[in-house]
Write a protein that binds this ligand. Structure first.
Ligand SMILES: Cc1ncc(COP(=O)(O)O)c(C=O)c1O
Length: 374
């Protein structure tokens, strides 16, 4: 998609193409990030660019443990956290630690497509469970996907690509389901919560604590969206203080960070974020774009779920064939991603981390494409 978009932009001019394919935040990092970065660069102390413990800088781990303690009301310690190369690094570190070859990992469709490759990276087998028509967890389907080899379930809320946020009651039921399955199997099924969009939510919606729902939970997250710094590659994994095998799990993850070749997460960024654990980019522009985009799609007749969080829309493809519809949009110089790439054909994804003007410019094209196939 990325290459096709580049070609089309080279042919027609970038201002003629409305590209909604990439979840690459376009907002500048908050001013406090830039100030902290400037200060970190000027810091005269020696040794700041050296190797460090594989888990990361102790002061950054402590600051993040305090942050998690405040958010989740649980006694996180610095040793529960491992600084990683983005949420992607955290997911790989977690899966490397918990999976034996042939272990199964349940992922919920529609899913962030990389989950399939990450599970495969570590000898695991992904089992897909569909969410319901509102993209909420379907506990019956999830239960049906659990088996004797299930080692983990990955959930992602706020969700890419759907924008859904899971409710506390659903998470509590999920917790009960996993606890019962773990007890039957005699080993824990880990709940891996991928939460890089936790702070990108609209209408002040609270995002329930996943740690409250289930003890054997491991968090994967990052600063990529919060601080709008995905290229700087900083994230972390955190083990619940209530997890069985808490310290073995954390120890395994430290080793995994090393032997996967990450060694440690970027040092400069770890020093920058140490005082920014409560800072987030101003999400007002995302909220405005969400409003405008939803209005445009609604006026043209599209069926879609209004995202509660993250910065994606996942409408139904008029006519039902997502590939055909995405091709039709391309004729209007609008680029979108077919839903089948996320495990749900018949939909398409639009990322609204692009300027409002691009969204507004695409309105007539969306209307024309709908009329042709709607
Ligand atoms: C659901 C989800 N998980 C993980 C990631 C990876 O995040 P990071 O860039 O912090 O590695 C992304 C990136 O878009 C994502 O959408």
């Amino acid at each position: 998609m990325f290459e096709e978009g580049r070609e089309l932009k080279a042919k027609l001019g970038a201002d003629k193409v409305c590209d909604f394919t990439l979840g690459n935040p376009d907002l500048e990092p908050p001013p406090r990030f830039k100030e902290a970065l400037a200060a970190a660069v000027q810091d005269p102390r020696p040794g700041l660019h050296a190797y460090m413990p594989n888990a990361g800088l102790p002061e950054t781990r402590r600051a993040l443990a305090e942050h998690l303690g405040r958010v989740h009301q649980l006694p996180f310690g610095a040793d529960d956290l491992i600084l990683t190369v983005g949420a992607a690094g955290a997911l790989n570190v977690i899966l490397k630690t918990i999976l034996d070859p042939g272990d199964e990992v349940v992922v919920l469709a529609p899913y962030f497509v990389e989950y399939l490759t990450y599970v495969d990276n570590h000898g695991g087998v992904a089992k897909v469970a569909e969410t319901d028509e509102n993209f909420q967890i379907d506990l019956n389907r999830l239960a049906a996907a659990l088996g004797p080899k299930t080692r983990a379930v990955i959930i992602n809320s706020p969700n890419n690509p759907t924008g859904q946020v899971y409710e506390a009651a659903t998470l509590a039921e999920l917790g009960r389901l996993l606890a019962a399955h773990s007890a039957r199997q005699g080993r824990p099924v880990y709940l891996v919560a991928d939460e890089p969009y936790r702070r990108i939510v609209y209408d002040n919606l609270p995002v329930p604590s996943i740690f409250a729902a289930y003890p054997d939970t491991v968090l994967a997250t990052s600063f990529s969206k919060d601080l709008s710094i995905p290229g700087e590659r900083l994230g972390y994994a955190a083990v619940s203080p209530r997890a069985s095998g808490r310290s073995e799990l954390a120890g395994g993850m430290v080793l995994a960070n090393r032997i996967l070749g990450f060694v440690n997460a970027p040092a400069l960024m770890q020093r920058v974020v140490v005082d920014l654990t409560e800072v987030c980019v101003d999400i007002a522009p995302y909220a405005r774009r969400r409003e405008i985009f939803c209005q445009i799609l609604q006026q043209s007749g599209y069926e879609f779920f209004q995202p509660k969080g993250a910065f994606y829309l996942f409408p139904k493809a008029p006519g039902g064939d997502d590939l055909a519809f995405v091709a039709l949009l391309k004729e209007e110089n609008i680029l979108a991603v077919p839903g089948r790439g996320f495990g749900r054909a018949g939909h398409f994804r639009l990322a609204f981390c692009v300027p409002e003007a691009v969204i507004e410019r695409a309105a007539p094209g969306f209307a024309r494409a709908f009329k042709r196939l709607g």
